[in-house]
Structures are given as structure tokens and as C-alpha cells.
Design a protein around this ligand. Sequence first.
Ligand SMILES: [Zn+2]
Length: 59
Amino acid sequence: MKCGKELTQLDRGAYRKFVNRGSTSFLCKSCLAEKFGIKECVLDEKIEHFRKQGCTLFI
Ligand SMILES: [Zn+2]
């Protein structure tokens, strides 16, 4: 939605998880991290954390 990068399922899952569950437009992980003012690797860790909990957004 912002940088035009191809989005993965993970990007979309992360956006749903952290921004808006019902969203139909998304940011890639880098833009999402930028939006929150965190590093992309921190976002990756959060995603990994939720994935381990069995969050269905990150399958
Ligand atoms: Zn982007």
C-alpha cells in the first residue's frame, strides 16, 4: 500500500495483527516497523512470538 513491495502472507498477517484485523490494504513489514518506530527485526520477533502461540494469522 505504501512502497509497492510485493506482500507476503506474513506481511498481511502482521498488519492484521498489529493494526487492523479486518483491513484489506496492507503495509509490508518494513513500512509497518517504520510506522511503529521500531526495527524490522523487532517486528519479526513479535511475529515469531505470536506464531509460536499458534496465532492463525501467521500460518
Ligand atoms: Zn513497504
